[in-house]
Design a protein around this ligand. Structure first.
Ligand code: SAH
Ligand code: SF4
Length: 354
């Protein structure tokens, strides 16, 4: 049965404080509740320094979260955990926790599905579902913080590289970033938050004016319009040179170096010509190039280049004076590139129905 109680994080700080005042409770209880959520409390009853009657009132009126985990997969000997969550209304999204020696990163979703439709991406293959609300984005991080806290770890970084195009859900994404950064909730510095976008130019400009200096990642994948029009269809509206100008204006305004993502597709964008075009496009810019080996997706015509081809491409970029790294392929066995656990679960569902 549908649970109609609003999730507690769907209330702003002011709204929760108003609710508390209506229940004769002081405003500082709001901070206590947020601290418990950030520490991993999944019930109001667990919030021990909150009076019992208030805990019971909250339990009657609110849910601790709106997300329901429906599938979990692990990879990299337990260093990577991917969770598929069902949202209110039935759509589902995924979030991936990646543990490193000195940090723990969450890859977060901003939409159920994605309207952009890049042909190499698992998320783009399904019909667009809906935008996530800010609290649904924050709840993914609160859940990751809970999982990590149980291991004595702290959620230190968040990357908007799960399902969806964050700049196509602008207001909720910006609202969620402010809450992720709020020291009274998760306290993740904007510098440790990466917003990855396929390139919605007006929204990037708007983001540069928000006074939240998140790291911007541009999903470039091609340096010439003819190829980028195919790989990242939004390029037909916002061509690559204008996009790079806008991204560099973002860098100028925020002081944050822009990261350019390049998913490596064998024979498509890994040639010498591509390396030269990329070098020319970004020469002299405050930029970083991140090469991502393609994570194979069924029913696409693409494959990942051989390791030697990736190394050679990297060398060509490096030789042109650009800053370049190759992304590790965390989570491959866990279907952990964006949209892939979702895709597998959907396929199994379809198999079960037919
Ligand atoms: N929609 C946003 C953010 C989510 S996708 C964007 O496109 O930037 C996050 C990153 O994963 C993007 O750089 C995207 O191009 C990349 N990606 C998508 N499918 C992939 C795959 N199968 N293998 C490797 N990277 C992929
Ligand atoms: Fe959407 Fe990003 Fe996937 Fe493209 S790569 S379809 S923009 S999620």
């Amino acid at each position: 049965m549908t649970d109609l109680r609003p999730p507690i994080l769907s209330l702003s700080a002011a709204e929760l404080e108003t609710w508390l005042a209506e229940h004769d409770a002081p405003a500082y209880r709001r901070k206590q509740v947020w601290t418990w959520l950030a520490r991993g409390a999944t019930t109001f009853d667990a919030m021990r320094d909150v009076p019992r009657s208030l805990r019971e009132a909250m339990e009657r009126e609110f849910r601790a979260t709106s997300l329901r985990p429906v599938a979990v997969s692990e990879a990299d000997s337990g260093l990577t955990t991917k969770t598929l969550f069902e949202l209110d209304g039935g759509h589902s999204v995924e979030a991936v926790v990646m543990r490193y020696t000195e940090r723990s990163t969450l890859c977060i979703s901003s939409q159920a599905g994605c309207p952009i439709g890049c042909p190499f991406c698992a998320t783009g293959k399904f019909p667009f579902g809906r935008n996530l609300k800010a609290h649904e984005i924050v709840e993914q991080a609160v859940d990751a913080a809970r999982v990590l806290a149980a291991e004595g770890r702290r959620l230190s970084h968040v990357v908007f590289m799960g399902m969806g195009e964050p700049m196509a859900n602008y207001d909720s994404v910006v609202d969620s970033v402010r809450r992720l950064a709020d020291p009274e909730l998760l306290g993740i510095s904007p510098r440790r938050i990466v917003v990855s976008t396929s390139g919605l130019i007006p929204r990037i400009t708007q983001l540069s004016e928000e006074n939240i200096p998140v790291t911007l990642a541009i999903s470039l994948h091609a340096a010439r319009d003819e190829l980028r029009d195919v790989l990242v269809p939004i390029n037909r509206k916002y061509p690559v040179r204008d996009l790079v100008d806008t991204a560099q204006a973002y860098a100028g305004k925020t002081g944050r170096r822009v990261s350019y993502e390049w998913v490596m597709l064998a024979g498509v964008n890994d040639t010498e010509r591509d390396a030269r075009e990329l070098g020319l496009l970004l020469k002299g810019k405050h930029a970083h190039v991140n090469l991502i080996p393609f994570n194979p997706v069924d029913d696409t015509p693409y494959r990942a280049p051989e390791r030697a081809a990736i190394r050679a491409f990297r060398t060509l970029i490096d030789a042109q004076g650009l800053n370049v790294t190759v992304r590790d392929t965390r989570g491959r066995e866990a279907d952990a590139a964006c949209g892939q656990l979702h895709e597998r679960v959907m396929r199994n569902d379809q198999a079960a129905v037919s």
